[in-house]
Design a protein around this ligand. Sequence first.
Ligand code: ADP
Ligand code: MG
Length: 268
Amino acid sequence: MARVIAVVNQKGGVGKSTTALNVSAYMASFGKRTLLVDTDPQGNASSGIGIEKDALKYSIYDSIIDEVPLTSVIQKTIIPGLDIVPATLKLAGAEVELVSALSRETRLAACLEPVLGDYDFVFIDCPPSLGLLTINALVAANSLLIPVQCEYYALEGLRQLLDTIELVRRHLNRSLVIEGFLMTMHDSRTNLSQQVVEDVKNHYGSKVFRTVIPRNVTLSEAPSFGLPIIRYDPKSRGALAYEELAKEVLERGEEKTGQRIGRPDSWR
Ligand code: ADP
Ligand code: MG
């Protein structure tokens, strides 16, 4: 049965898609059967792995809204062992259409259920909002990977995210846990980056991944070639960091450290 990990943060530009895409590629390279699910209408994870969105017959929209089986939507990628459920701009409509739909929060979980036995890992790339698409991801997930950009306002917004997670946990997905907070775009030349890492560690302790993702230009170049970093430049610092992160996610699974998140008050 797959472990389903959603990569979530309602802030845009914090490294969600970069993380979902690259950690998926490394998991597959370790021999884990991996599915990357793109739930962002921007489709950055899809194009970043080389999917030609215009050529698609189906995308995740068709599964969530029109109940097309996920097996008809899943595409192979250039990485052996890594499949993807792509997203296109059409998905923007789903956010609105879901509002009046039946079982609107559990659609994605229902779509995924029949394929969970085919994979070891499912990574869900979330859109930059706390709308119904993100809620669907929180309901479908076993755990959450939360990228936090190393910048001054890093902690801002996390409170609201954690409150939402707690609501989902209480009403829709009791077993949801936090896999970890991932510090991204770390710049070792600035004190600020280090300060932000310390702040987040003070707040969230051992829930912060040991691996820190450096700011590394190769990570931002790779998507324009439709390549994950493992193919674009596997020796770059960004590549080594994502390889390390994938190993850490594997370790955490083995240790079963995914404890339940506490009440929101305990996260202050
Ligand atoms: P999100 O999905 O949270 O909106 P992205 O993963 O798309 O964020 O990242 C935002 C931008 O920053 C993208 O252009 C991406 O290529 C770039 N980027 C992400 N992580 C890094 C990094 N560690 N170093 C340099 N650029 C990065
Ligand atoms: Mg994104």
